[in-house]
Design a protein around this ligand. Structure first.
Ligand SMILES: [Zn+2]
Length: 698
């Protein structure tokens, strides 16, 4: 096998050029700077380093290579990023090694053909709505729902006439085959007419319906939704499953909402096509519709790249229903649980932690938090979003900007049917709400809600806390919430408390090499923050890349071998600390899997790792197999030291970048200098924390 496609792409695509397409960059020494596309700012703190082919924002801390940039900026999955960049670079990515390449070519040719088919169908539907006589009822319906003609054009709304084969006949004249029409979900086969050549074996899938074309994030038509005009059943009909249209993942209007979601820092999820169209029409363009009613984890997977604030516009009549509850649980599942490292360095944090939390002997404590904010839109009872928007837009706008936090929502719906003055009502309220409160990882917030509940049912707070402990203990052994809480308590592990010394781990020659580098880093980071001469060589930013990558391979290899090592590692490093594109993505996948509670074995991993990364998996496995095997304790030690090493390397690199930028920055730019110096101080603090933890590890 030749060099990895990732490396080939990186060699052909210049990060400065790629970023330059969306960010206006200006020279700043050998770096380029501009306004960060990931957070709001007036003065640039976003830098591109063309020599290292990396970028970093010192305002919001985003950083990485061209893959990280595209992935984040366009809100794509890793795989889509790979294919997007490969196409740009003219690099071929085998997306299914092992499969028959001939078969593979056919599959992608079919997809391409179906995309074209959809485009042609869309035009036909759209023209029918705009011009055909038969569409008058459809046009009247559009008007009655308050959809403007601009929206009709923007969303390419269409009309499928009553006739049995209007669309099919048209598409057949355009050179498509009956088989393609059926495969594309635009026609059905007539019974008993299967595969007869010569036509008339099929009829239109959508008839007498208002058509809503459904596009993917990149704006390509993947399917259609049809609302019945008249008494047609079902009221809403969506495309069947096709090679392009995967049910349960589709978000209507995601293509038009994408930028607005990023800008607003929020996504509003509604249930109907018309709700979404009207929300966009009035200006709340961060709105998408969930097709097919229930929210699934796959929906959230797409959205979480764009924002962490999800606002659910739930059907008010169904509030508190099992379906709603299910949707919320799905939404929670879809978000990563980030394990946040809380340093315990004798400050206010320590006091707060040690009061309620476990003893703080180590350097770092890990605490898990769901990396999302889910809240609920409060609408007047019995009104759909589109009705509210049209009746009183300011009311809608207020609701969108002041959604109810999920926990407050639960406080309302879970106690609606209870009499809180009676003992039974009080007990029941506590029984229903304590598990929800127990899910909160933020202790300060948790305490606040404990107080709220205590007041609400007028019960002593201490008694309630005892009850909470009991609930949490019981949950460990049962139910959905249980998994959540369980993994949390388990992950409050501490790192850096090992006291035995074992300096000779992995002493295989690379140690000395790395040691030299580490020493150099030490030297430069303890320098004063105001470097006056130009002794910091720019090239050193990426000096030790190959070496670094070997450690990354080894660490990922260890995690693959033993997923149970995850909690020891994830408090030290995160995705962004990896310099390798494939190791970064593998780490991300492993972390998500581990936190979801599924431990990937060699066999099952294949289904979670995109085929494009299978060769990387082989490589990291090789990296572990080529060394002498370790026992459990040895593995933990090796993983922690690898992670610490990676983190340290990353911090030293940051230090070098910052020192360099401080030299290059215009001396009149006070704010800029101040920001860089502030970051430099933080980096030094982190380095000290890491080094004292390393010292403890021996
Ligand atoms: Zn930023």
């Amino acid at each position: 096998m030749s060099a990895s496609p990732i490396e080939a792409i990186k060699a052909k695509i210049d990060i400065a050029e790629e970023i330059g397409q969306v960010v206006r960059l200006q020279k700043s020494g050998k770096a380029l700077k501009g306004l960060c596309p990931f957070h709001n700012e007036r003065t640039p703190s976003f830098y591109v380093f063309p020599e290292a082919q990396t970028f970093r924002c010192f305002g919001c801390n985003e950083g990485g290579d061209v893959f990280s940039f595209v992935q984040k900026q366009q809100g794509l999955e890793f795989r889509d990023t790979l294919h997007y960049l490969a196409e740009k670079a003219g690099v071929t990515v085998e997306d299914t090694p092992g499969r028959d390449p001939e078969e593979e070519r056919e599959r992608s040719a079919l997809k391409e053909r179906l995309r074209k088919l959809n485009e042609d169908a869309l035009l036909w539907f759209h023209q029918a709505l705009l011009r055909s006589k038969e569409a008058s009822e459809a046009r009247a319906y559009v008007q009655s729902r308050g959809i403007s003609s601009e929206s009709v054009l923007a969303f390419s709304l269409g009309y499928a006439p009553e006739s049995w084969d209007g669309l099919s006949r048209y598409l057949l004249t355009q050179g498509y085959t009956e088989r393609e029409l059926v495969q594309g979900g635009l026609a059905r086969e007539r019974e008993g007419a299967i595969a007869t050549e010569g036509g008339n074996g099929i009829y239109d899938y959508f008839r007498n319906r208002l058509i809503f074309p459904i596009r993917d994030t990149r704006g390509r038509v993947i399917g259609f939704g049809g609302r019945a005009l008249g008494d047609g059943k079902p009221k809403y009909l969506n495309s069947p499953q096709t090679p392009l249209f995967e049910k349960n993942t589709v978000l209507y209007a995601i293509d038009m909402a994408r930028d607005a979601i990023k800008q607003a820092g929020q996504v509003v999820i509604v249930e109907g096509y018309v709700d979404a169209v009207i929300a966009h029409q009035y200006g709340t363009r961060q709105t998408v519709a969930c097709i097919g009613s229930a929210i699934t984890e796959k929906h959230i997977q797409q959205l979480k790249k764009l924002t962490k604030q999800v606002t659910l516009a739930l059907d008010p009549d169904a509030a508190g229903s099992a379906a709603t509850e299910h949707g919320i649980q799905e939404a929670l599942k879809g978000f990563d649980k980030t394990v946040v490292a809380v340093p315990l360095a004798g400050n206010a944090t320590t006091q707060r932690r040690s009061k309620n939390g476990p003893a703080s002997r180590g350097m770092i404590m890990l605490e898990e938090q769901v990396d999302a904010e889910i809240n609920v839109l409060q609408l007047p009872l019995g009104e759909d979003p589109d009705e509210v928007i049209r009746r009183d837009f300011s009311l809608w706008l207020y609701a969108v900007s002041h959604p109810l936090p999920l926990i407050d929502y639960y406080f309302v719906v879970k106690t609606e049917d209870l009499n809180l003055r009676e003992p039974h009502g009080k007990t029941e309220a506590a029984k229903r709400l304590l598990p929800v409160i127990g899910m909160m990882s933020d202790r300060i917030k948790r305490d606040a809600y404990m107080r709220k509940l205590a007041t609400m049912i007028s019960i002593d707070e201490r008694t309630l806390y005892e009850e909470l402990q009991r609930v949490l203990r019981n949950q460990k052994t049962q139910g959905v919430t249980a998994a959540f809480v369980d993994s949390k308590t388990q992950k409050q592990a501490r790192v850096g408390t090992q006291e035995t010394r074992e300096p000779t781990w992995l002493n295989d020659g690379k140690e000395g090499n790395d040691g030299g580098r580490g020493g150099k880093g030490e030297e430069s980071y303890t320098q004063s923050t105001t470097v006056t001469n130009s002794t910091v060589p720019y090239v050193s930013i990426d000096k030790s890349k190959a070496d670094k990558l070997q450690w990354e391979d080894y660490l990922i290899g260890l995690l693959l071998q033993n997923p149970g090592l995850s909690p020891y590692v994830c408090g030290i490093i995160h995705d962004g600390d990896f310099a390798g594109t494939d190791t970064r993505e593998l780490y991300h996948i492993l972390n998500v899997l581990y936190q979801r509670g599924s431990s990937p074995s060699y066999q099952s991993l294949e289904q979670f790792v995109p085929v494009e990364l299978h060769s990387a998996v082989a490589r990291v496995q090789q990296s572990v197999e080529s060394r002498s095997p370790l026992d459990g304790v040895g593995q933990v030690k090796a993983a922690v030291q690898c992670a610490t090493r990676l983190k340290r390397t990353r911090l030293v690199q940051l230090n070098t970048e910052l020192q360099y930028l401080l030299q290059a920055v215009d001396s009149g730019d006070r704010a800029g200098i101040q920001q860089l110096q502030q970051r430099l101080i933080e980096v030094h603090q982190q380095l000290r924390t890491i080094d004292s933890a390393t010292h403890l590890q021996g």
